[in-house]
Design a protein. Structure first.
Length: 376
């Protein structure tokens, strides 16, 4: 029948012109005062005589003028079989599956946590049944979609109950924090003030230490210079003494061959005297070189001791000390970014910024917009 063509097209998603005072015959559904979808059947009254409306409707067990309900149901066409199934089961074809544990009153635990836990357990069973079969028809898709829409309210209820249960503890925690806040913060603030008060004293100690370190390094260099000079003098003197000794021995040997025995003995005695003097001088030079080396070592040890000194104040167990705090000062931002670009945390920050700007529709060089269709 042509008068039902508008409704048939609407069932296939092809809605014709819709006007408030021009209802179209067919089967529809609309929400009642409780917010639940109820069947609406619109037909053309064959007895209309100009005094009565030409189109009538059946809604919530009452017959009414169709134009009173038309604007509420025109976008929700259903089939006759779907209305019949609703009247038999009390549930529409695309409603969420009925949870046997939901809304059964005294059968649920009194505790809100246990009651919601039981209800969600029932929803889980239904979801697992729906997940066992692939979705191949629109009716299956409608049922799963309805169930998907049913889950967020359960999550919201759980979160609301969780917040309500936790709130007294949060309030109590804030009250405890408020009570103890000054007692916790005031000693820290006083310690910071005292540290700042100590700062000039520690600055002076630091300056004095640096001066002592400088003087110690000068002493080390001077001691090392003296040790080198002593060693060089020792080596030079040894070479000279060896030459003198060799010369004396040579003269003694020549005298023994060419001159009298008396002269040979005198030459030998002179050589022995030279050797004895050389030995004494060598021992003195070695002692001097050893003393210089020892002085250099002591100077180095003193410099190391000064460098290792800790600048501190207070007795054991109650000391304050000078500490070095290391921070980074960025002097070239571009170079710093390039140096850190491969760091995982840098990549994470860049990804977040790129996502934010791309979602806002702002182009970013080196970034492509990716659109992914997902079910929500």
């Amino acid at each position: 029948m042509k008068e039902y063509q508008w409704w048939r097209d609407a069932l296939n998603g092809k809605f014709g012109p819709m006007h408030e005072n021009e209802p179209q015959p067919g089967c529809y559904r609309a929400k009642d005062r409780a917010g639940k979808m109820q069947p609406v059947v619109i037909w053309k009254d064959p007895t209309a005589d100009g005094m009565r409306p030409a189109m009538m409707a059946e809604f919530c067990g009452r017959t009414i003028e169709a134009d009173r309900i038309w604007s509420f149901c025109c976008r929700n066409p259903v089939t006759e079989s779907q209305i019949k199934a609703f009247e038999e089961a009390g549930q529409w074809h695309d409603d969420a599956p009925v949870n046997r544990l939901a809304g059964i009153g005294d059968n649920l635990p009194i505790d809100e946590f246990e009651a919601l836990k039981a209800e969600i357990s029932g929803e889980r069973e239904i979801a697992e049944e729906l997940l066992k079969e692939p979705i191949e028809t629109a009716e299956q898709a409608d049922r799963v979609s309805a169930w998907v829409r049913k889950m967020p309210p359960l999550s919201k209820r759980a979160d609301t109950l969780r917040t309500a249960e936790k709130q007294p503890y949060l309030d109590g925690g804030r009250a405890v924090d408020e009570k103890w806040r000054d007692l916790v913060s005031e000693p820290k603030e006083l310690a910071d003030k005292l540290r700042k008060h100590l700062q000039p004293y520690f600055d002076r100690l630091e300056a004095e230490k640096r001066e002592r370190e400088r003087q110690a390094m000068l002493a080390v260099r001077e001691a090392e210079r003296k040790a080198r000079e002593a060693e060089e003098a020792r080596l030079l003197a040894e070479r000279e003494e060896q030459a003198r000794l060799a010369e004396g021995i040579a003269r003694a040997e020549a005298a023994s061959r060419e001159e009298s025995q008396e002269e040979a003995d005198a030459a030998r005695e002179e050589a022995e005297r030279i050797a004895a003097e050389a030995e004494k001088e060598r021992a003195a030079r070695e002692a001097a070189a050893e003393k210089a080396a020892k002085a250099a070592a002591e100077a180095q040890a003193e410099a190391a001791r000064i460098a290792a000194e800790k600048i501190q104040a207070g007795r054991t167990g109650a000391k304050t000390s000078w500490r070095t705090i290391i921070t980074a000062k960025i002097v070239n931002y571009d170079k710093a970014v390039m140096a850190l670009r491969a760091h995982p945390e840098m990549r994470e920050v860049v990804q977040k910024l790129a996502d934010k700007m791309t979602k806002a529709g702002m182009p970013v060089e080196g970034v492509e917009r990716v659109e992914e269709r997902v079910v929500r």
